[in-house]
Design a protein around this ligand. Sequence first.
Ligand SMILES: NC(=O)c1ccc[n+]([C@@H]2O[C@H](COP(=O)([O-])OP(=O)(O)OC[C@H]3O[C@@H](n4cnc5c(N)ncnc54)[C@H](OP(=O)(O)O)[C@@H]3O)[C@@H](O)[C@H]2O)c1
Length: 280
Amino acid sequence: MKLLITGGRGMLGRTLQKEFRDHRLIIADLPECDITDAAGFDHFLAAAAPDAVIHCAAMTAVDRCETEEELAWRLNMAGSANVASSCFRHGVRLLAISTDYVFRGDLDRPYHEFDEPGALTVYGRTKYAGEEMIRRHCPNHLIARISWLYGAGGPSFVHAMMKLADGTRPELKVVADQVGNPTSAAAVARHLRLLLERPELVGTFHLTCEGEASWHEFAREIFRLAGINQRLIPCATADFPRPAPRPANSRLEKRMLRLQNLPPMPDWHHALAEFMAEEF
Ligand SMILES: NC(=O)c1ccc[n+]([C@@H]2O[C@H](COP(=O)([O-])OP(=O)(O)OC[C@H]3O[C@@H](n4cnc5c(N)ncnc54)[C@H](OP(=O)(O)O)[C@@H]3O)[C@@H](O)[C@H]2O)c1
């Protein structure tokens, strides 16, 4: 297959390059390809003539989206609309990456694919608007929502924790009242391969690792696997005020994987152990 990856030099994009090295890959990232330039992207896609597009490009700095709202809309909504309309025009299947931030995070159970969105942040609202553009303008699409992602080279929570545990801090405060599914980019990449191998599939899929944790539990497991004896103090979200409020509940139920008889995502402990052994 010939695959075009938007944002192909970002954290997930680099992992996809590794996972799909048996395919022909075209990387569509800045500066040579800008998804916010509708005509430019259309020319790039037409010349590349891929079998499928994996759309990773986005403005992912969640706090910066609050202060640079116009740019967030331009990239996450309008950029996705451009990618969707080009894919439709050229008959290319589109697999787009989205996020748990489309939800409010106040349910007392994991969110499934058909729960009402209700983003708390500019990032979440613009990503959801991007999803809607894809649904409307490119029927032959898959949308994969992921969360709490870490991958080779970072940046990620795992990389941040490993940097902080440099022996200079007697204790680290880590948020214990947000819960989610820590998810490895490698696990996402393997499941995207399964989805791509099923050309008849369409729709929105949650693709986070199985099992749940708070950031505090996630940090504890990182240090256990790394053999680092770092004292951790659980704290509250309110102790770390940030410009963009984080959802308290980021857990995603993988209902569509089940309904389409696809294998479950790996447990987060196993995926993290595999990653730590390779990365650190
Ligand atoms: N990381 C997470 O925890 C997480 C969680 C949930 C969902 N996601 C989603 O997963 C996807 C991949 O995330 P990631 O962590 O790999 O993000 P990332 O590392 O920030 O990668 C995004 C890539 O897109 C590029 N890009 C930015 N503007 C562009 C434009 N106008 N045209 C073409 N490329 C452009 C970026 O280039 P520059 O670096 O030069 O800007 C970067 O290489 C995103 O859709 C994100 O919303 C991520």
